[in-house]
Design a binder for this molecule. Structure first.
Ligand code: SF4
Length: 73
């Protein structure tokens, strides 16, 4: 199991994640990306999604210019 964590506060809306991994990421109306199906962690304010396999998220941390995507396993 992996946990994908998105700090939307820091997202600058560059679109890299949505371009690289559109099965999981899309650009939202506010100009920031959205991790599809993620739930908000009330303590941290981050969006989180648990996945069995990373699939196209394999290199997603490195693709984000402001390091607002983290993957925990
Ligand atoms: S790569 Fe990072 S900064 Fe760019 S849209 Fe995705 S989360 Fe936001």
């Amino acid at each position: 199991m992996y946990k994908i964590i998105h700090n939307r506060e820091k997202c600058i809306g560059c679109g890299a994640c949505a371009a690289l991994c559109s099965d999981y990421w899309e650009m939202d109306d506010d100009g920031k990306s959205l991790l599809k199906g993620a739930k908000k962690n009330k303590d941290t304010g981050n969006d989180e999604l648990e996945v069995e396999k990373l699939k196209c998220n394999e290199n997603i941390e490195d693709s984000c210019p402001v390091q607002c995507i983290k993957i925990e396993c």
